[in-house]
Every structure is written in structure tokens, then in C-alpha cells.
Design a protein around this ligand. Structure first.
Ligand code: HEC
Length: 153
């Protein structure tokens, strides 16, 4: 009897793990009518992600302007603020809804801003910064072509 229960609970455990794993990889994205994958989020979750997006846009603008003014300290601190530490507050439920590719691309962008901050710290020139920002922004463009965020109840 106990053995059966143990096996049953183990089986349930594996099913739960498998389901969690499936959603971790797939997220909840479905093909939208404009050809992009639509990630379905609750209003508050969508607002959170879009808020992070606006922070990215605003940060990129600050970095470009500071680079042109040769204000490398501002370039470094702004770049750092867009790094991995900007991504830690995302909760597990939201993470589970984002497709794996979306998560890894997003994390990749944060990582690149950390790398940029380090490069600037080590004396990178403004030309190098602008080139790097332009390159990072190819990832923004790519992701925006691939995904959109739809609100669900
Ligand atoms: C992993 C994918 C991904 C990456 C990387 C990404 N974005 Fe986004 N971004 C999105 C999605 C999805 C939306 C919502 C688009 C929609 O629903 O039409 C969005 C929306 C936005 C918005 C609109 C915000 C609003 O209030 O509506 C801005 C601005 C933005 N992104 C800026 C950026 C910038 C700048 C970068 C790069 C530094 C970037 N994003 C990188 C996926 C991404």
C-alpha cells in the first residue's frame, strides 16, 4: 500500500516537473495574427515587462548622449543599471510564461550591458561604445520582430 502510494507520488512529481519544464522551454506563446509570437500575460505582468523595456530605451538614449559628451562615467553607470541586476526582480510565474528563447535573448541583452560597463571602466572609447550599443540594439530589433505581448485576464 505504502509502496504504491510512494510510486504514485513519485509519478505525480515527475509529471509536475515535466510540465514545469515544458512551460519553462515553451512559455505560453502562440502565433499572433501579425506573424509574431504572442506571449500571453496578465495586465500587471505585461506592464512590468513594458516598464523594463522603457527603461532600456531610456538607458540607451542616455548612453548615446553621454558618449557624445565624452561623459564616460555616466555611460558606465547607466550601462551597469541595464545589466543583470535589472533582471532579478522578475517573478517565477512570469518567467514560466516567457518562452526560453525570449528569456535567453533578454538575459543576453542585460549581460551585454554589464560587459559594456566593464569595457568602459577599462577605458573604452566613445566610438567603441556607440558601435557596441548599435550592435546590442540589433537584438532589440530582432526580438521585437519575433514577439509581442498580449494581455489576457
Ligand atoms: C527578449 C525580447 C526583447 C528584447 C531583447 C527587447 N525587447 Fe523591447 N519589447 C519586447 C516585446 C515583446 C515588446 C512588446 C511589443 C508588442 O507587444 O507589440 C517590447 C516593447 C518594447 C517597448 C515599448 C514599451 C511600451 O511601453 O509599450 C520599448 C520602448 C522597447 N521594447 C525597447 C527595447 C529596447 C531599447 C531593447 C534593447 C535594448 C529591447 N526593447 C529589447 C521584447 C524585447
Amino acid at each position: 500500500m505504502w509502496k504504491k502510494l510512494a510510486i504514485a507520488s513519485l509519478a505525480l512529481w515527475f509529471i509536475a516537473l515535466g510540465t514545469a519544464g515544458y512551460f519553462f522551454v515553451k512559455g505560453t506563446a502562440v502565433k499572433g495574427d501579425d506573424g509574431r509570437l504572442a506571449v500571453k500575460l496578465h495586465r500587471a505582468e505585461r506592464n512590468l515587462v513594458l516598464g523594463e523595456m522603457r527603461a532600456l530605451l531610456s538607458g540607451v538614449q542616455t548612453i548615446l548622449e553621454a558618449s557624445l559628451n565624452n561623459d564616460m562615467k555616466v555611460v558606465e553607470t547607466t550601462s551597469m543599471s541595464l545589466g543583470m541586476k535589472a533582471a532579478v526582480d522578475v517573478n517565477p510565474t512570469l518567467m514560466a510564461k516567457l518562452p526560453l528563447d525570449f528569456k535567453s535573448t533578454g538575459m543576453g541583452v542585460h549581460k551585454r550591458f554589464d560587459d559594456l560597463a566593464l569595457k568602459v571602466h577599462k577605458g573604452a572609447s566613445k566610438d567603441e561604445v556607440i558601435r557596441e550599443v548599435s550592435d546590442i540594439m540589433l537584438t532589440c530589433v530582432g526580438c521585437h520582430q519575433a514577439y509581442r505581448l498580449d494581455e489576457v485576464d
